[in-house]
Design a protein around this ligand. Structure first.
Ligand SMILES: [Zn+2]
Length: 190
């Protein structure tokens, strides 16, 4: 069940490992100017993370070019952090998906599980169903699916459109799909 993923520390640990791999790839690639990259991680205090992983989730990998006169920042995509949202990406995805077609009581129970208030969940729903389908990213990316993905059912419809067998695998696939949306650090939202 998707719900059990939200409490599954090993799933969160796996996402950490994926981010570590992306960071290592970025570091090896270096800056666009050819310069070497130095670590310049961002401090984060994300919500929705199992307690034992809070420390591991307190930094986001990022780099600065070591060349004088460049100093450009490089921030790899992340399986954990969805741009500047306070809640981790997996919570933003799964909680919105799980509320789809669920009773009010059930939604309240899910919100309580990860400590998300009603207004925040409603904002995520609007983002998924109103803003996301109009985004340039989605207009580009949605053409890659064999069957059209129902906009009103996002993100549930998107999760189900991945061909992987298990729910954990599909969730990872969705987070991978969303990597291009995780790097602009200009959106400050919960
Ligand atoms: Zn550079």
């Amino acid at each position: 069940m998707y719900q059990t993923i939200l409490n599954n520390a090993s799933f969160y640990r796996q996402l950490l490992k994926f981010d570590q791999d992306l960071a290592e790839q970025a570091r090896q690639k270096g800056c666009a100017c050819g310069g070497r990259l130095h670590s310049a991680r961002y401090r984060r205090k994300p919500r929705g993370v199992p307690e034992e992983l809070e420390e591991d989730y307190s930094r986001r990998w990022s780099f600065c070019c070591a060349e004088e006169g460049c100093r450009k920042r490089t921030t790899p995509g992340s399986f954990r952090f969805l741009s500047r949202r306070v809640y981790v990406g997996v919570v933003v995805v799964l909680l919105t998906a799980l509320r789809h077609g669920a009773s009010a009581g059930r939604v309240a129970q899910l919100r309580a599980m990860v400590g998300v208030n009603r207004r925040t969940l409603e904002r995520w729903r609007r983002w998924w169903q109103d803003e996301f389908p109009c985004s340039r990213f989605w207009r580009w990316a949605s053409g890659r699916f064999a069957l059209p993905v129902e906009g009103r059912g996002l993100p549930q419809s998107l999760l189900e459109s991945f061909s992987q067998v298990g729910e954990e695998e599909r969730t990872v696939q969705l987070l991978r799909f969303m990597l291009p949306l995780t790097t602009p650090l200009s959106v400050q939202e919960s």
